[in-house]
Design a protein around this ligand. Sequence first.
Ligand code: MN
Ligand code: MN
Length: 461
Amino acid sequence: MTNEELKDALLMAPKNGCTRLDEAQKAEMEAYAKRYMDFMTACKTEREATAWAVRKAEGLGFKPFTPGMDVHPGDKIYYNNRDKAIALAVIGTEPLSRGANICAAHVDSPRLDLKPNPLYEDSEIAYFKTHYYGGIKKYQWTVTPLAIHGVVCRKDGSMVTVTIGEDPSDPILMVSDLLVHLAADQMQKPLAKGIEGEQLNVILGTEPLTGEGSDLVKLNIMRLLNEKYGLVEADFQSAELTMVPAGPAREAGLDRSLISAYGHDDRVCAYAELEALFALESPAKTAVCILADKEEIGSVGISGMQSHYFEHFMGTLCDAQGVKLEDCFAASFCLSADVSNAFDPNFPETCERRNNSFLNYGISICKYTGSRGKGGCSDASAEAMGHVRSTLDGAGVIWQLATLGKVDQGGGGTVAAYMANRNIVTVDAGVPVLSMHAPLELVSKLDCYETMLACKAIYLA
Ligand code: MN
Ligand code: MN
């Protein structure tokens, strides 16, 4: 045997996925990317993604969960968790005592939430005070077009949906930054201090009402909100309003191989899971798709992945089959579908090339996330990794193996640890992203498409 033959037989030879797709696959990938971009343009908050999923699911015959409901193989069910998270299932032909195949992503993304008492006027400019949600580099959220999305619960209990800044005829909103000419002091500060949390104030307007009085710019803004949505200032006390980057998802790169959008983390995996689930008819094992909220702040709260709503949902499905929930969990598998960092040649010093994901190398399988000595992660076993490896290879999915950056450089967590805590075998996997958590993030079409194929393969494993 020559060394070349020996090399082929013994060593790995990763290849860029673009060279591995035929023309028909490329056409499918492009069609998938188009559908994904439409979803991203329509869904910028967990509520919008949940509503989108409910709408689509109902169109495909999914029935809303009711406590104690009867379920049969082939049934399609969804649990809408208070309009902020959703779990969907296609009931398998095998009993739940054999376990479920679960894909779990999150649909919340970093953003600027309005403070509970947000509206004020300073120097005849009206502003919203904000409180950032999730991990952001604050300077990135200044001088970028923002839209306001959310809901208000009025005193009588009626809900108002607010969206301003997305229609091309809408105004956009913005946070200002200091002109460079007067930034001598600011430019000396470390990046984390250049813009502080209390400076992320959103400009709403500058035109005072005519006549006598104080704070007439603020009053005019409140008048406009009252005209359009019937709101009074006290309504901010019971509202979830948030500032997100304005504008649609778009193709990026001269070759159009990338997609630029707000919130790929982690709606890129959420969408992949959903499309894969919607394509299922009668899987052997019950397939479960989770779109969780609150991942960016620790998977906490009633709509986060630590919430017992998941037990409520799965427990009811198990009860209908006379199966103990614990037995179902013990036999289940979960793909914790969340994004990873794509290698960025602008910052090579933060990554270890031999163990980092690369754009266009397919879905990135992560044995562990965490920080320092793997702190806070769900370190998948050899057997769990073996299951994913053979499942994805068996389905012809393009995938790569990766960790999140250099040891001791930082790190992050996902919902994986919370699924594993339930005694469910769990592996992290997701789409590599450039500029993660920035107002606009980049992913490759190929990695998005392969992630959908991977979710399908896991559901059918
Ligand atoms: Mn994420
Ligand atoms: Mn994140």
